[in-house]
Design a protein around this ligand. Structure first.
Ligand SMILES: O=P(O)(O)OC[C@H]1O[C@H](O[C@H]2O[C@H](CO)[C@@H](O)[C@H](O)[C@H]2O)[C@H](O)[C@@H](O)[C@@H]1O
Length: 246
């Protein structure tokens, strides 16, 4: 977007899709240390109600992480769209995990244990190597992951913020957005997606292709998650927002 262009209005006819880390939440030193701003779960619940349920989280996080952060009441595309769950808990789709992922765990775990400050995050449909505490370790871990994944054609590597995601091919947040948009209560609405990372670009592009808006935290919100939360609160104008400032 043109940085001088005002942000779009978050109106009742939108379908809202939100990334989590780096968009709703500030980054922390490790995945389990994120802080959920007071009022954010209530803000999301109020927006969901304002949009007649057309709000979904699209994240690289696991479903249990997302439920721990925000409860179970939001439609969710977890692990970059590997698993899609409706707000009422119904499973919409889930991929079959590639058995190759498990075979990489012992080698990657040994590599992170040998490099203090690095971390291996094991998820249901992918792995993530983290080095936020020791950025100088990023190149070595990336080289190792490239070597290990090379013989597994079903896997792909995706650079992330101070991390590398090892994922299955065939899913991304753009496809997840399309799947939700084909279903009620999303169908027929104007999609708005907000993300911050390379893994969010397919959903940014997809929202635009569908006549909606794809926003980027760095390009459109000055890199500030607080600016995202403030803009989200504008979607409640007219409601009693005093109790739900995030
Ligand atoms: O799609 P997202 O909701 O943005 O999730 C992307 C990944 O986020 C997490 O890692 C990132 O956030 C951590 C906590 O702030 C940070 O320590 C790390 O450096 C970031 O890369 C999460 O751990 C991953 O599983 C998600 O895929």
């Amino acid at each position: 977007m043109d940085p001088h262009k005002p942000l779009p209005a978050l109106t009742r006819d939108c379908a809202l899709f939100l990334d989590i880390d780096g968009t709703l939440l500030d980054f922390s030193l490790s995945p389990d240390r994120v802080r959920i701003p007071e009022g954010l779960p209530a803000l999301l619940a109020a927006l969901k109600s304002r949009l007649n349920g057309a709000l979904a989280l699209l994240s690289g996080r696991t479903l249990p992480d997302i439920e721990r952060f925000f409860g179970c009441g939001l439609a969710t595309g977890a692990e970059h769209g590997a698993l899609l769950r409706a707000a009422d808990g119904r499973l919409i789709s889930v991929i079959t995990p590639d058995p190759a992922l498990k075979t990489l765990i012992p080698l990657l775990r040994a590599a992170t244990e040998a490099r203090p400050g690095t971390l291996l995050e094991t998820k249901s449909f992918g792995l993530a190597l983290h080095w936020r505490m020791v950025p100088q370790m990023g190149a070595e871990l990336t080289a190792l992951a490239e070597k290990l994944a090379a013989s597994h054609s079903g896997l792909m590597l995706m650079p992330a913020h101070e991390a590398l995601e090892i994922r299955q091919r065939g899913t991304d947040k753009g496809a997840a957005l399309s799947q939700f948009m084909a279903l009620p209560p999303f169908a027929g609405r104007r999609p708005i997606f907000i993300g911050d990372d390379v893994t969010d670009e397919p959903a940014i592009a997809r929202a635009r292709e569908m006549g909606g808006v794809g926003l980027h935290v760095g390009r459109d919100f000055g890199g500030r998650t607080q600016a995202v939360r403030t803009w989200l609160a504008t979607g409640l104008e007219g409601d009693d927002v005093n109790a739900i400032k995030a």
